[in-house]
Design a protein around this ligand. Structure first.
Ligand SMILES: NC(=O)c1ccc[n+]([C@@H]2O[C@H](COP(=O)([O-])OP(=O)(O)OC[C@H]3O[C@@H](n4cnc5c(N)ncnc54)[C@H](OP(=O)(O)O)[C@@H]3O)[C@@H](O)[C@H]2O)c1
Length: 225
């Protein structure tokens, strides 16, 4: 922990969404550890991030080593590599909060909802990692391009799912630190909602020529602000 802030490992942090989250959290003062299938790619991504964010604490390692080093582990990889990535880090994440950002899209039909037999990517992670890992899921409906543009205020809420409320509370802190409003979305079985919404949002993006449609919870005491 640095200044009470947990270190955050981002598996696949070399990619679009992971790099965006890494930028936001490094800017907010969280130590960030980039994970990759190739340690040199992780190191290069960490170096680029450190150059962009002054006084940041950023490093990069192969996925398993990165997972072992972080207090909280976030996974941002394509669905096709979900299982192999979980296999690579299973031992390293025992006892930790694990944030699955995976949307189980199947290219090329990415504007059509696809869900695995287990029900959702996050439920699959919980089964594969076991009950000693506090699996949550979040950020399914946030566009990577918006995260990577620090001048872009993100006008989409984030739904956070997971069976342990305390783990969801920790992830909600990370949502806020990254500049977004988060909501408890309920147990891991509800993750299907966030995951499925993404395919529909891609459909809306294409149909209405929108650059990253999002979602917002309305009817709250504070209105939609
Ligand atoms: N992009 C978005 O706007 C967005 C929004 C919401 C949710 N998501 C979800 O977040 C996850 C990551 O999305 P992304 O757009 O960041 O993905 P991406 O850029 O295509 O890939 C992320 C990283 O995953 C690793 N990877 C592992 N297996 C791969 C494979 N078979 N093909 C390509 N890369 C692979 C790569 O890292 P190494 O090569 O370094 O290992 C890559 O840099 C996905 O599940 C996606 O559905 C994305």
């Amino acid at each position: 922990m640095a200044d009470g802030k947990p270190s955050i490992t981002i598996l696949g942090g070399t990619g679009a969404l992971g790099a965006g989250l890494a930028l936001r959290w490094a800017t907010a003062g969280y130590p960030v550890i980039i994970g990759s299938r190739a340690a040199d790619r992780a190191a290069d991504a960490a170096k680029a991030l450190a150059q962009r964010v002054a006084n940041s604490t950023v490093s990069g390692y192969g996925n398993a080593e990165a997972a072992a080093k972080g207090d909280i582990v976030v996974m941002t990889v394509p669905w096709e590599n979900h299982g192999p990535t979980i296999d690579a880090v299973k031992d390293a994440v025992q006892g930790k909060i694990f944030v699955d950002v995976t949307v189980p899209l199947v290219p090329p039909r990415v504007s059509r909802v696809h869900l695995p037999p287990e029900g959702s990517a996050a439920r699959t992670s919980q089964i594969l990692l076991g009950e000693n890992v506090q699996v949550t899921s979040a950020f399914h409906n946030i566009a990577a391009a918006h995260l990577q543009d620090m001048d872009h205020a993100i006008d989409s809420d984030v739904l956070v799912f997971g069976d342990k409320k305390a783990a969801r509370d920790e992830v909600l802190k990370l949502v806020e630190a990254a500049g977004m409003k988060g909501w408890h979305g309920g147990p891991i079985d509800n993750s299907v909602v966030g995951e499925a919404l993404t395919a529909m949002l891609i459909h809306i993006n294409r149909n209405y020529k929108i650059d990253g449609a999002g979602i917002r919870i309305t009817g709250t005491p504070g209105g939609t602000e």
